[in-house]
Design a protein around this ligand. Structure first.
Ligand code: MG
Length: 182
């Protein structure tokens, strides 16, 4: 089992759609960035990549690359999922916090959890998204920007399959079955 953490900040500007956790949120401003600037998914991707020691999203999806201009960060999260899977990892659980003075995010939290769980092919029970303000202080308090942080645990496919109480006599396809037959 491995742990990772991620942190990101984007500037709030007029004339952009606000997208957080893959969900479009009605607001007078949106986040500025090369992609859709989904600060929550960026922090989550950095946490996942960090746990697997695979670098960060700046390395994987450079903002100088035209392929990523305006791209949905959910698509990038899918790609991060694939990268982890290639390394033999799946997500155990993930806990993220969005730091924004406005808008109120509570009505959108479960929709975000659903989108994130879908991209990571895991249960919504494994995905926690929280929102807080910084009491009017600093750049989030003044509404200049939104920040997000995330921590995650990932586990190897072996660990994940060994935790499932399968009847190995009926199946030889998982890592637990293979270990038992050695
Ligand atoms: Mg970012």
């Amino acid at each position: 089992m491995k742990i990772g953490n991620g942190y990101d900040v984007h500037r709030l500007v007029p004339g952009r759609m606000l997208v957080l956790g893959g969900v479009e949120i009605p607001f007078v401003k949106g986040l500025l960035g090369h992609s859709d600037a989904d600060v929550l998914l960026h922090a989550i991707m950095d946490a996942l990549l960090g746990a697997a020691a695979l670098g960060d999203i700046g390395l994987l999806f450079p903002d100088t690359d035209e392929r990523y201009k305006g791209i949905s960060s959910l698509e990038l999260l899918e790609q991060v999922y694939e990268k982890l899977l290639q390394k033999g990892y799946v997500v155990s659980n993930l806990d993220a916090t969005v730091i924004a003075q406005q808008p109120k995010l509570r009505p959108y939290i479960d929709a975000m959890r659903e989108k994130i769980a879908g991209a990571l092919h895991t249960s919504i029970e494994n995905i926690s998204v929280k929102a807080t303000t910084e009491e009017g202080l600093g750049f989030t308090g003044s509404g200049e920007g939104i920040a997000a942080s995330a921590v995650c645990l990932i586990e190897s496919l072996y660990e994940a399959s060994a935790a499932v109480p399968l009847d190995c006599a009926a199946c030889s396809g998982c890592a637990k079955g293979m270990a038992g037959s050695r």
